[in-house]
Design a protein around this ligand. Structure first.
Ligand code: FES
Length: 189
């Protein structure tokens, strides 16, 4: 489990460091230094996953090449070591994302209970292909591997929250709630 800044921490931070469009606030820079200090020399790479979350959170939920290069620089590792981690995990984004990203589980339990049909239904309703962002920048549909909520299949992750036992009707309601600004993406902690 990686640690994240609380919403309060983020609201107190001011974007004060920029490198090629990468925003690193003083708060995040201090946080990165704290995370690095928890590991001995030669093992600083162990902080990589958490640092990537911090940098992604501060840069509109995605990691540009410049952002990944900056992370490599602060950790004293090669950029390729960052690229290979970012490209492996679906929780990191290499392109700008929609405001609301529906991350459907597409592993066996969820697929058995109709996840693929629900993904198709949602894409058609939103007028996008898998992975595309809607023209208004609001929505994106992705397929990800098992999210550990197999007993609640079919399900998806939206921000920090799970939506479970999905049906087309629940997707309709979820999309409307997002449009109405009723859905909170992040936890309060
Ligand atoms: S198979 Fe979907 S949450 Fe595990």
């Amino acid at each position: 489990m990686t640690e994240k800044l609380s919403n309060d921490d983020k609201s107190n931070s001011s974007p004060s460091g920029r490198l090629g469009g990468v925003i690193l606030s003083d708060k995040t820079i201090a946080r990165i230094e704290l995370l690095k200090s928890r590991f001995p020399e030669g093992k600083k790479k162990s902080a990589l996953l958490t640092i990537l979350h911090e940098v992604q959170d501060e840069n509109n939920d995605w990691l540009s090449v410049e952002a990944m290069d900056k992370v490599a620089e602060v950790l004293g590792i090669l950029p390729i070591e960052v690229y290979e981690v970012v490209s492996f995990y679906s929780m990191y984004n290499q392109k700008p994302v929609g405001k609301y990203v529906f991350e459907f589980c597409r592993t066996s339990c969820c697929v058995t209970r109709g996840a693929e049909d629900l993904m198709d239904y949602t894409c058609k309703k939103l007028g996008v292909e898998m992975g595309e962002v809607t023209a208004d920048g609001l929505f994106q549909v992705k397929g990800v591997e098992c999210l550990g909520a197999c007993g609640y299949a079919p399900m998806l992750q939206l921000g920090d929250f799970y939506q479970e036992f999905l049906t087309p009707e629940k997707m309709d309601a979820l999309i409307e709630d997002c449009k109405a600004g009723k859905i909170q993406k992040l936890s309060a902690v």
